[in-house]
Write a protein that binds this ligand. Structure first.
Ligand SMILES: Cc1cc2nc3c(=O)[nH]c(=O)nc-3n(C[C@H](O)[C@H](O)[C@H](O)COP(=O)(O)OP(=O)(O)OC[C@H]3O[C@@H](n4cnc5c(N)ncnc54)[C@H](O)[C@@H]3O)c2cc1C
Ligand SMILES: *[C@@H]1O[C@H](CO)[C@@H](O)[C@H](O)[C@H]1NC(C)=O
Ligand SMILES: *[C@@H]1O[C@H](CO)[C@@H](O)[C@H](O)[C@H]1NC(C)=O
Ligand SMILES: *[C@@H]1O[C@H](CO)[C@@H](O)[C@H](O)[C@H]1NC(C)=O
Ligand SMILES: *[C@@H]1O[C@H](CO)[C@@H](O)[C@H](O)[C@H]1NC(C)=O
Length: 530
């Protein structure tokens, strides 16, 4: 009896230790160690496993959505904080040979957490330490590594020259890795296009662990990663971008209107003119819910926030002619260097220290987020706007960005890049629901509200397909679950919404460079059926 117990225990212990020593993650670590050059940095500062004290700090540092920071959220088997291209190569080779899924994370701003969560065993390849920026002002280009934030890019450009800029997004803590590879829309897009339209070269680690530049990867793959999302194709190490010329002063304004001040008529008119303005003018309309000072009731308020690539003297007549209802006054307008204009979208005073652009969002201030997007080809009638605002006030954590189109976007072909939304679009909507409340049921209630508002919008927005913007990631439009099996029937649904006719070419590029579908996640590009 006693002996058999000892034997059983021994067997179990041996069994466990055999299994552990042969587990894919153990094999991954020993494989990685073979490639790793300790002269660069000790391996203990590159691989973090759950029993390391700092594991959760590293994990949480770049989780920007509290929905995926819960006890129940699946955790990675390991996090690799790559410090060099060779760490990235080793991660890909060793993950592939051990059949472990990887999630590639630069900033962790993905709205559905696809850069750091998976429903099947996985590791995170964290790119935040690969964040260099090298500006060659003479040739008007720069190399930007994946983990560099766009805030750092804007800051670094401005330190080199006040006559250059780069057209990318609003939130300064987004990273070049995912943001550029999904398109990258921002206040300079009407004039210069997307971030992806201004990329001239790139370095990617492919499924074999090889580093390819544009010439080596070929035009199909280069096309695919400049708008089709990088994570279906490989790991982007860096981008070579074309800087754009800008005057040393631009003009910004932020005017708020309540419903009593005619916000509905203004938003209606905004729809008619925002996409027709000169390319230099970008006016966003941002409806949000606030508490009425008088009775504490929820009301909608609309911010009209504008950037004009030019002076105040030119801006005012332009607005007075096309949008006099806004009542823009000279005192609403601020002339400043372009880099300072990037602060206004983040709610930072434009006179603040520019180093604010280098700040990391605080991990302890992460909120819950649900985002969605829509494309609008025709104006919403006034009664429609009124009904939408009426619906919005049911939830004071909800707001939208109505983002104007037109300008150069009308002139770029829909197939120039995977991002298909170009000609004839009036504006897109980014729906945002940001909440802090932790009480049970809140997540479900808030997501339900976002979904019901999204459904409410159906008659007003594009259809067949109802277009969506990949960077405003939304799992509701289709997702492969489990994420390690990519089904064409499912992928087609989100693929066509995000990429329309460009989806087929993305599938071809994917099939060619990653035929065994190693780089996969819930909304990745599928390979062609064999
Ligand atoms: C507050 C906020 C504001 C935003 N504002 C804008 C805006 O103004 N304009 C706009 O266009 N978008 C905007 N977005 C959306 C943003 O562009 C996307 O979330 C984008 O995917 C972020 O990329 P990332 O690398 O920063 O994030 P991550 O979460 O790190 O990555 C996002 C996706 O890219 C992949 N990825 C990341 N790095 C790499 C890499 N090196 N190689 C291959 N794949 C990689 C990830 O695996 C994931 O699929 C905003 C998002 C937030 C949260
Ligand atoms: C992680 O844990 C291992 C063993 O548990 C240890 O050798 C290593 O130093 C730790 N690394 C860090 C960065 O804490
Ligand atoms: C996908 O993951 C599940 C769960 O870990 C596993 O059982 C299954 O074998 C995997 N399938 C493939 C094709 O890797
Ligand atoms: C987060 O931490 C910072 C210090 O790093 C502190 O100033 C701030 O108040 C904290 N915020 C919250 C919401 O706890
Ligand atoms: C959310 O919506 C689902 C489906 O419509 C419903 O069953 C559920 O009760 C809702 N939950 C909350 C908290 O409102």
């Amino acid at each position: 009896m006693e002996l058999s117990l000892v034997l059983t225990t021994l067997t179990i212990v041996t069994f466990i230790s055999t299994v552990t020593s042969q587990s894919p993650i153990q094999n991954f670590v020993s494989c990685f160690s073979k490639f790793h050059e300790p002269s660069h940095s000790p391996i203990t500062q590159v691989i973090y496993t759950p029993n390391n004290k700092t594991f959760s700090t590293i994990l949480n540092q770049h989780i920007r959505n509290k929905r995926f920071k819960l006890g129940s959220t699946p955790k990675p088997l390991a996090i690799i904080t790559a410090k060099s291209a060779s760490d990235v190569q080793a991660t890909v080779k060793c993950a592939k040979s051990n059949n472990i899924q990887i999630r590639i994370r630069s900033s962790g701003h993905d709205f559905e957490g696809y850069s750091y969560v998976s429903d099947v065993p996985f590791i995170i390849l964290d790119m935040f330490l690969i964040n260099g920026i090298n500006i060659d002002i003479h040739n008007e280009v720069a190399w930007v590594e994946s983990g560099a934030t766009i805030g750092k890019l804007y800051y670094t450009i401005s330190k080199t020259s006040e006559f250059y800029a780069f057209p990318a997004g609003i939130c300064y803590s987004l990273c070049a890795g995912g943001h550029f590879s999904g398109g990258g829309y921002g206040p300079l897009t009407r004039k210069f296009g997307l971030a992806a339209d201004n990329i001239v070269d790139a370095k990617i680690v492919d499924v074999n662990g090889k580093i390819l530049d544009r010439k080596a990867m070929g035009e199909d793959l280069f096309w695919a990663i400049t708008g089709g999302g990088g994570a279906s194709f490989g790991v982007i190490l860096s981008w070579k971008i074309k800087l754009v010329k800008i005057p040393n002063l631009v003009t910004v304004f932020d005017v708020t209107k309540t419903l009593e001040e005619g916000a509905i008529d203004l938003v209606y008119k905004w729809q008619l003119i925002a996409s027709k303005m000169p390319d230099e003018l970008f006016i966003i309309a941002k409806p949000r819910v606030v508490k009425n000072a008088k009775d504490g009731k929820n009301v909608v308020q609309v911010h009209f926030v504008g950037l004009f690539v030019g002076t105040n003297e030119k801006l005012l007549p332009l607005i007075n002619k096309n949008f006099p209802e806004l009542g823009l006054k000279s005192s609403d307008c601020h002339q400043l260097p372009w880099v300072r204009s990037t602060l206004i979208w983040n709610g930072i005073p434009t006179e603040a220290n520019l180093k604010a652009l280098l700040d990391e969002p605080k991990a302890n201030e992460t909120v819950y987020v649900k985002a969605q997007s829509d494309i609008l080809m025709k104006p919403i009638p006034k009664e429609g706007i009124k009904a939408i605002f009426q619906k919005m006030i049911e939830d004071d954590t909800f707001f939208m960005y109505w983002i104007p189109y037109g300008g150069i976007m009308n002139k770029i072909s829909t197939s120039a890049k995977p991002f298909p939304n170009r000609k004839g679009i009036l504006f897109m909507i980014q729906y945002s629901n940001y909440w802090r409340e932790d009480t049970p049921g809140t997540i479900e209630r808030e997501i339900n509200f976002s979904r019901s508002l999204f459904k409410f919008m159906t008659p007003y927005v594009s259809n067949s397909p109802r277009g969506a913007i990949m960077n405003y990631r939304d799992a509701d439009i289709g997702a492969n679950l489990p994420s390690n099996v990519t089904k064409m029937e499912i992928s087609k649904v989100y693929g066509i919404k995000y990429f329309k006719d460009n989806f087929g070419r993305l599938v071809n590029a994917k099939t060619k460079v990653d035929p065994d579908n190693f780089f996969r996640y819930e909304q990745s590009i599928p390979t062609k059926l064999k």
